[in-house]
Structure formats: C-alpha cells, structure tokens
Design a binder for this molecule. Structure first.
Ligand SMILES: NC(=O)c1ccc[n+]([C@@H]2O[C@H](COP(=O)([O-])OP(=O)(O)OC[C@H]3O[C@@H](n4cnc5c(N)ncnc54)[C@H](OP(=O)(O)O)[C@@H]3O)[C@@H](O)[C@H]2O)c1
Length: 236
C-alpha cells in the first residue's frame, strides 16, 4: 500500500525525515479491530511532538521507519462478524495512545475508537473531528462556557483553538477574544471580537480585560504559567 514514512526523529519541515512508499505492507487486524481504507487523515501538534522526539520521555515511535498520523475518516474493509461496524461503513477513527499508523492507504483501528461518520461531514472535516475538535469540545464543556460568557482562547488559530472559538460562540458567548500571530484569520474567518498578536501585546496586561475580566480562559498553547498570569493581573 501507499504510505508516508518517517525515517528518523526531526522536524516536519526537514524533508530528510520524510519518505513516500508505494509498496509498504498492508497491516492486518486482530479481533476487536477494524481494517479501514483511509480517505483522509488529520495530523496535529501531537504528531509533530512525537516526530520531533520532544515527548520521548512519555511516548516514542515503535521503530523507524514508521507511519505517522492518528485520526482518520475511512471506509471499513474488514470487521468482526459481531462488530458494531460492517464493511462499507464510513467511520471516524482514532489510533489511541499510539498516535501513528494512519497516514497510509489502510489503517488498523480499535473498533472502540471509532464512530460512524455523520453524512453531514466531509471526509476532511470528519477526520479533523476525531482529535482536535473532540479535544476542543471537552475543553469548552469543562470551562463552562455559556450564554453571555466572556471567553479568551489562547492559540485560537490552532487545531484545538480554532474549534474552541467556534464552540464558544455556539454556547452563546457574547465576547470572544483570542491570541495568535494570525490576527487576520482570527478576525476575518473566525470573527473574534478581539485578536491579540502575542508577539506585540501581553493579553494579561490589557486594561480593557482587567476592567471587564473573562469568565473563562481556554489555554490551547500550554507551557506557560497562563493561569498564574491571569489571576495575578485579574483578567479572570
Ligand atoms: N490537537 C489535539 O487534538 C490535541 C489533543 C490534546 C492536547 N493537545 C495539545 O494542545 C495544544 C494545542 O494543540 P493544537 O493541535 O491546537 O496545536 P497547533 O495547531 O500547533 O496550535 C498552536 C497554537 O498556539 C499558538 N502559539 C504557538 N506558539 C505560541 C507562543 N509562543 N505564545 C502564544 N501562542 C503560541 C499558535 O499561534 P500562531 O498562529 O501564532 O502559530 C497556535 O494558535 C498542544 O500543546 C497540544 O499538544 C492537542
């Protein structure tokens, strides 16, 4: 089968680590798993973290070369007779805590990590929903965004953040601000009320936010003491 292969740890921009194969062995499934013909595969920050070796203290590729990618939309080719899914079903599948094996013509996925893809979703959107959008949904639910909320989404241009911005609106948030260098995209496409370029302004020191604090801040960047900064500056 055709597959994208990663030959060694490195950055995605480094073409030396990538290879395209058209004769990679098709994976075979075990009981409880589905063999899926991949239509689309979504990649995210997690793929890049594994690929770069940045998270090797917790998770490393099984061997080299390996097939990256961990969320797909595809057609079930093989399933257990008693499985919830049957050949021909279009499913969204997630490779689970082993985030690789999906960026190929076929992938083996645990049936418990799959759902039927709704007809209303394109193949592209469906595969993106399996990871980034699902993470965003949980984040917005846990943050308690509701009608009238003032919400700040850190990293609103990213896979998770861009969905958080949209879901905050759906939940009825009346003011949505977000940070990213992609200010035009935030204002014109995601229609945020206030876009902050983090290279030019510190969101926690903006007077307007201190006067009218946020009800919730959804952190889709990570790595900084964002909660501490928000509390100290009283923007939350
Ligand atoms: N994707 C998932 O399903 C998933 C699941 C669980 C956890 N996570 C974690 O959630 C975080 C976001 O994931 P993602 O997939 O949305 O990543 P992503 O698509 O790479 O988005 C990252 C966002 O962070 C912003 N950013 C980058 N550097 C920054 C900086 N120095 N200061 C402030 N903002 C900065 C980026 O803004 P620019 O537009 O300026 O680049 C972008 O909006 C990651 O830590 C990831 O590991 C993701």
């Amino acid at each position: 089968m055709k597959a994208v292969l990663i030959k060694s740890l490195g950055l995605i921009h480094d073409s030396d680590i990538l290879e395209f194969a058209d004769d990679f062995a098709r994976p075979s499934r075990k009981k409880g798993q589905l063999l899926v013909r991949v239509l689309t595969c979504a990649t995210s920050a997690g793929d890049m973290h594994v690929m770069s070796g940045r998270v090797s203290f917790a998770i490393s590729p099984p061997s080299f070369p390996y097939i990256p990618g961990h969320t797909i939309c595809g057609i079930v080719e093989e399933a257990d007779a008693e499985a919830e899914f049957k050949p021909g079903d279009r499913v969204i599948g997630h490779m689970g805590m082993k985030p690789w094996g999906a960026l190929a013509e076929y992938a083996v996925v645990e049936a418990t990590n799959c759902v039927l893809a709704p007809d209303s979703l394109s193949d592209e959107v469906a595969s993106a929903c399996g990871d980034s959008a699902a993470t965003a949904l949980k984040a917005v639910e846990l943050a308690g965004v509701k009608a009238g909320s003032r919400v700040l989404v850190l990293g609103g241009s990213g896979g998770v953040g861009s969905v958080c911005v949209q879901l905050a609106r759906v939940a009825g948030a009346t003011f949505v601000a977000s940070t990213s260098t992609q200010v035009k995209m935030l204002t014109e496409e995601l229609k945020v009320d206030r876009a902050i370029n983090y290279n030019e302004e510190d969101w926690w020191s903006i007077g307007e936010f201190q006067e009218q604090p946020f009800d919730c801040i959804v952190d889709c960047v990570g790595g900084g003491d964002h909660f501490g900064k928000a509390q100290e500056s009283k923007v939350l």
